[in-house]
Write a protein that binds this ligand. Structure first.
Ligand code: H79
Length: 581
């Protein structure tokens, strides 16, 4: 797999098993920014709550005054941790220091911290460490190692009116910041609170490879089993971190995690009511589990020390679902079939596979490619519900069909999980294969690229740095039913200057070719929305595949507008116009 990213993990790393088994963790963004909660001097400040210092251009001395008012007397570590536990989360990552430079723990090396600078005077990390021990949750810390808007050598250090692009400190000043603040504080965090599951570094920006490695060595020298997240930078972390709220197009290899929000901010904002529903959150959880990605879901507590009630409500709903369906998440492997399935997602573990049905089928549910023999099928939410199944194996064509007849309505709330007992560990065809709705998905990052390495791939599987007409992307795939197909090109469009239609591609299957511009006919109907825009689905035209069998598709660019980010392809989809099975 060649998902290249500076915040990717070290492909050779092996990390403690608890992290993969967990699959689901709680992120907590808590700091002084919870007090203004998105409003400064009567003005609602757009964007992320924890960025208010920069976004409202608050001078350091003024921001420091917030500490004098920070008195979150309603903070109760046991309540927070027990909710994480009930929600089914296995680890908890809390901001020990965010970009604003304020330490949310008792830091001997810098008095700008919650114990020394606030009337509160308690160390929440001591209390959380105790509660985590009691409830069996791994305590982990977020630490902003590169940005520090208060320390003179920190990236983004506040100087009035300065543009973000000029915010990198001179290298000597940055090194000085690392030696005087970041490293001492990381050492404190690893010595004051017992065993720490992982350190979640963020926004590597100007950190060099040597500096990232030095920081990683520091962590391991104190706690060898402490995991280091990919955002330590320069690909030296133990696992890779997707972008904030980023959902990859399909299964990824190696260790990955997506940090994600319940609404549109990390730090508390009193007026951000754009809460995702429990249904959507569970859709994201199973989506990520089916792709092999941990889900780190954020809560932004208030300045009084409480979780917003909307967050609590959603976590309780997730917890109810997890108490019934958790075995389909914890310690599971992602779907062998790498692409998204039209009816839901697959996870598996040993001799059991889990079908997470997110779209209840009208008729029987048909799944292609499962070679393993099934001995039993039942819903986790209702083991007594009647489920019948039939398997057909065409060994010569390596074509396998499973047909399940399900009750007319899904049992339980949200995603219904069907557990399949298998006679051996799950064996499933991983060639792109036609789905029961007639579609075939060709994921960009699974293409054979010629010449090799002529395009790169983003963490989410989209192409990157595809600037020339030279590369050729090709896929072999299988269809069960020939017929006519609409060819859809799913891609990202950079917002702004890159108006649609500036890139053109051609796709050849057998003797037929289609050629045309990349357009946005509609948005992709899935959760894979990036911060900037949803994915665009462009229609290239129609193509006929005469009969069942194996085919090859070859895609190349015929025109790329030069002053753009190039083609950002997620996948090619063939959508059956007629004759789905
Ligand atoms: O801690 C959370 C974010 O504060 C942090 N990562 C997550 C986990 C983060 N730091 N930087 N970024 C995310 C991306 C920065 C985006 C920016 Fe902007 C665009 C910075 C300036 C322009 C968004 C918009 C923030 C301020 C304005």
């Amino acid at each position: 797999m060649r998902l290249v990213s500076p915040v990717g993990g070290d492909a050779k790393a092996t990390i403690p098993a608890w992290w993969h088994e967990a699959r689901f963790g709680m992120f907590i963004h808590w700091g002084l920014y919870a007090l203004p909660a998105g409003t400064w001097k009567g003005e609602q400040i757009p964007s992320l709550g924890e960025w208010i210092m920069r976004n409202a251009r608050i001078p350091v001395p003024e921001y420091e005054q917030l500490a004098r008012r920070f008195n979150p007397v309603k903070f109760n570590a046991d309540q927070w941790v027990s909710l994480a536990k009930r929600a089914g989360m296995k680890y908890l990552v809390i901001t020990a220091k965010h970009h604003d430079g304020f330490a949310m723990y008792d830091s001997p090396c810098d008095p700008f911290n919650i114990v020394k600078a606030t009337p509160f005077g308690r160390d929440p990390m001591t209390e959380l460490a105790e509660a985590c021990g009691k409830h069996g949750i791994r305590l982990c810390f977020y630490y902003s190692q590169t940005q520090d808007w208060r320390h003179p050598g920190g990236a983004g250090h506040w100087r009035f009116g300065e543009k973000w692009s000029k915010a990198f400190p001179p290298p000597e000043a940055f090194q000085d910041y690392l030696e005087k603040k970041a490293k001492p504080q990381v050492r404190e965090l690893l010595t004051q609170y017992g065993s720490i599951g992982l350190i979640w570094f963020d926004t590597p920006l100007c950190i060099t490879r040597e500096q990232s490695l030095d920081l990683k060595r520091l962590v391991k020298s104190i706690q060898p089993d402490c995991i280091v997240c990919g955002r330590i930078g320069n690909q030296v972390g133990d696992y890779g971190t997707m972008g904030d709220n980023m959902i990859p197009a399909g299964r990824v290899a190696g260790y990955w995690e997506t940090p994600a929000t319940l609404n549109d901010t990390w730090g508390y904002k009193s007026y951000d009511h754009n809460w995702k529903s429990a249904d959507r959150l569970l859709g994201l959880l199973v989506d990520l589990a089916g792709k092999g990605v941990n889900y780190l879901l954020n809560v932004g507590p208030t300045g009084e020390g409480e979780f917003p009630p909307e967050s609590v409500e959603r976590l309780e709903a997730i917890g109810e679902w997890m108490s019934v369906n958790g075995e389909a998440i914890y310690g599971t492997q992602p779907s062998p079939c790498p692409c998204e399935l039209p009816w839901g997602r697959i996870t598996w573990k040993g001799k059991r596979a889990y079908l997470h049905v997110t779209k209840w089928p009208e008729g029987p549910l048909r799944i292609h490619g499962i070679r393993s023999s099934i001995s039993a099928a039942r819903f986790l939410a209702d083991p007594g519900a009647r489920v019948t199944y039939r398997q057909q194996h065409d060994l010569e064509r390596d074509w396998h069909t499973l047909e399940l007849t399900l009750p007319p309505q899904a049992p339980g709330a949200h995603v219904a999980v069907l557990a399949l007992d298998l006679e051996a560990p799950l064996d499933m065809d991983d060639t792109p294969i036609q789905q029961s709705d007639g579609s075939v998905t060709l994921l960009a990052h699974l293409a054979q690229v010629n010449p090799p390495d002529a395009v790169a791939f983003e963490r989410n599987g989209t192409t990157e740095a595809w600037h020339t007409t030279e590369p050729e992307l090709s896929w072999h795939f299988k269809v069960a039913n020939g017929g006519r197909f609409t060819v859809e090109i799913v891609h990202w469009e950079a917002p702004g200057k890159e108006a649609e239609g500036h890139h053109e591609v051609s796709l050849r299957i057998g003797d037929t070719s289609l050629e045309g511009p990349l357009l946005r006919h509609r948005d992709l109907d899935s959760f894979r929305a990036r911060r900037v825009s949803p994915e665009a689905v462009g229609i290239l035209g129609e193509i006929t595949l005469p009969a069942a069998g194996s085919y090859e598709a070859v895609l190349r660019a015929t025109r790329i507008r030069p002053d753009t980010a190039g083609i950002m392809l997620s996948e090619v989809r063939l959508r059956s116009v007629a004759t789905p099975d």
